[in-house]
Every structure is written in structure tokens, then in C-alpha cells.
Design a protein around this ligand. Structure first.
Ligand code: PRE
Length: 360
């Protein structure tokens, strides 16, 4: 006979008590792992171990929970266990409510210490000086291209990339009023203004577009001026008590931003191979005909796929460029190591920005 609602809820309560007991058992074990790591002076965060735990559970999952749900739940469980071992301080472009904050929580789970920064430069400084263990910075948007400041900072910085996360970015027009009537200025980070330009041309052609340091900063200002609107996330809207005057106004409905997770090699060395990895490099080549073509040859010869190739002016006063290259694989794989060694021998400048598991 089918159980009624109250019987089912009693059973759910029993299962929850059992889960709570097991989760605390798990947290106690993680705490013991923390004691060992403290004694060794080693790092708490082990992304490859976390990936292993999640992959193993997804493979063992009989359902009806979806694999994606299993990943989300265990990412949070491990985030809480990690925080018991030692708080992980994560720097990002703040204030609260930015997509960068969302990316940080997506990667590390919500049990982190937030270190909001006023600029990308400050994120790099925080992670370099040790006021944060990790930084999370945007590197690329699928409609707007690369975030040039992040690439320039990566080039000069002692930090390396240990992970990435990709976020579906939905921009809303936020305002004190619930409609777009009478908007005189639209405030947002330049990237967000660029990602919504068709919508702005069509619906608010006469409004001034004002670039500010972050979308959340724009939302804060829009909260103070009735004739201003901001382009920002729902999260920023609720943080500053604003209405969504227009929903999902980004020109590309599949607008995604890729974020890099960075830290000093002393905090965390390059993660071991996870099975789906990527190496990010920056190189420059001697200024002679065919030099750019030549650096791609070793990749082809050794069967290594290139997933990104971007150029940035070297600012040397000459027509010289840095090339940011992502290749698939891990340097522990012989064909990847061979391709990188050959490529390096052809470059005037060669720096590995990081080796890390690719985001889903
Ligand atoms: O296995 C470890 O090294 C742990 O610290 C435990 C644990 C976990 O909760 O499973 C927590 C943090 C690490 O990032 C990896 C895994």
C-alpha cells in the first residue's frame, strides 16, 4: 500500500539523521587528515583527490540522483571538510555579488574565506603576498574574447594556474524601479557593457554607458540614483535590493566566462594528471618569416591538440607578440612532454602558466 505524506516525511527524517551521522563521521576523518597535513606542513586543498572522489561517486551512482547533482553535493561536502582542516582564503574581483565571486564558490564550494578585491591587479597581489591562498580571475569570454589584463598579469606573475571553472553569465538590467523607462545612465564593467551592446542600442539608445570597476559596484551606485541602471547578476541585484527591469539582456544567450584559479607554487604544486588536463603556455618567437607556423609543427608531429591560440602585443616598441597557447594533455604523458620540449626549443621566450584539469 502506498505510504502517505506524513509517513514518507518520517522516513526522510530518519534518512537525514543517518546522513548527518555519516557526514560528521566523514568530517572527523578529514580533520584527522588535516592533523597529518599540518604535521607535514603540506597543503590542505588537493584538487586531483577531490576530482577522484567525485568521479568515483558518479561512476558508482545508481540514480535517481543525476551525476551533476552528485558532483554539486560532494563539492559542498568536501568544501566543508576542507574548511575544518584549514580555512581557504580566496581572492576575487569584488565586491559581493560579482560573477567572479560566483566562480570562486563554484570551484571551491561555499565554505571559503572571501577576499574581495577592487581590481584584478589586487587579486594577483593578494595571492602573491599571501593575504589569500588562491585567486580566481576571468581569462576569457566566449563572445568578447580574452580579458587582456588577466593575461598581462599572468605573464609577469609568479602565480600559476591550478584549475579553471566556466560560468554561464546572465546579465540583467537592474534598477530601483521595475521598468526601463527614464533610464539616463547604464553602469557596468566594460566587458558587460560590450556583451549587452545590441540590447542597449535597441532598448536604451540614448542612455549614457558608464564604465565602472565591477558590475557589483555599478549595482551599488544604481541603488543610490533612481535614474541609473546597472548591468549585473541576480546575486548583485538582491545584494543591493534592486529590481530586474529587463531579464537576460546579454547579446549571446550562451554567454560563458572562463576563470583561472591561481596560486603560488609553494601553496599548491601543479596538480597530477586527472585524465582530462590542459597546459597553458605563453611564448614569443624570433621575428622571422614562418616562426609562428614553426611552433605549431611539434604539436602536430606529436599529436597534441591546441585548444587556444591568442596573441598579445609584447609592448617592446617593435611589432612583437606574445602567444597564449592551451594544449590538451598533461606533461606526464610522453607525447605531451616531447611536443612541449620541441616547441620550447623554437621559442625566444617560453613560460608554462599552469597545468590543470579542464572544467566540464
Ligand atoms: O584527502 C584529503 O587529502 C583530504 O583532505 C580530504 C578531502 C575530502 O573532504 O575528501 C578534503 C580536502 C582535500 O582537498 C581533498 C579531500
Amino acid at each position: 500500500m502506498a505510504r502517505d505524506l506524513s509517513q514518507l516525511r518520517v522516513e526522510i527524517d530518519t534518512v537525514d539523521r543517518e546522513l548527518l551521522k555519516l557526514l560528521n563521521q566523514r568530517a572527523t576523518l578529514a580533520n584527522e587528515v588535516g592533523d597529518i597535513k599540518r604535521a607535514e606542513g603540506s597543503t590542505v586543498f588537493r584538487p586531483e583527490r577531490e576530482a577522484q572522489v567525485i568521479n568515483g561517486l558518479q561512476q558508482a551512482n545508481p540514480g535517481p540522483l543525476k551525476g551533476q547533482n552528485v558532483a554539486t553535493i560532494w563539492r559542498e561536502i568536501m568544501s566543508a571538510c576542507r574548511a575544518l582542516e584549514a580555512p581557504q582564503r580566496v581572492a576575487y574581483l569584488g565586491p559581493a555579488g560579482t560573477f567572479s565571486e560566483q566562480a570562486a564558490v563554484q570551484f571551491f564550494g561555499s565554505s571559503i574565506e572571501h577576499v574581495p578585491c577592487v581590481s584584478l591587479d589586487e587579486v594577483f597581489q593578494a595571492a602573491t603576498a599571501g593575504t589569500a591562498d588562491f585567486g580566481v580571475v576571468p581569462v576569457e569570454n566566449n563572445s568578447e574574447g580574452v580579458v587582456t589584463r588577466s593575461l598581462d598579469l599572468l605573464l609577469q606573475s609568479p602565480l600559476h594556474i591550478i584549475g579553471e571553472t566556466s560560468l554561464l553569465v546572465r546579465h540583467h538590467l537592474l534598477r530601483r524601479a521595475a521598468t526601463i523607462d527614464g533610464v539616463e545612465a547604464v553602469l557596468a564593467h566594460p566587458q558587460a557593457l560590450a556583451q549587452c551592446q545590441n540590447w542597449l542600442n535597441k532598448h536604451l539608445p540614448d542612455a549614457e554607458r558608464r564604465a565602472v570597476a565591477s558590475n557589483a559596484e555599478g549595482a551599488r551606485l544604481a541603488g543610490e540614483h533612481p535614474d541609473w541602471a546597472a548591468i549585473a547578476s541576480e546575486r548583485a541585484g538582491s545584494a543591493f535590493g534592486l529590481h530586474i527591469a529587463a531579464h537576460a539582456i546579454q547579446d549571446d544567450p550562451f554567454n560563458r566566462t572562463r576563470f583561472a584559479v591561481i596560486c603560488l607554487p609553494q601553496v599548491l604544486e601543479a596538480p597530477q594528471a586527472s585524465g582530462r588536463d590542459c597546459v597553458s603556455l605563453v611564448v614569443s618567437v624570433p621575428n622571422r618569416p614562418g616562426a609562428v607556423h614553426d611552433i605549431l609543427v611539434p604539436l602536430k608531429q606529436h599529436g597534441v591538440s591546441m585548444t587556444r591560440f591568442e596573441s598579445r602585443p609584447a609592448r617592446s616598441g617593435q611589432w612583437e607578440y606574445y602567444f597564449f597557447i592551451d594544449v590538451e594533455g598533461h606533461p606526464s604523458q610522453p607525447h605531451v612532454a616531447a611536443a612541449l620540449a620541441d616547441l620550447r626549443s623554437l621559442c625566444a621566450f617560453y613560460k608554462v602558466l599552469g597545468t590543470y584539469p579542464v572544467a566540464d
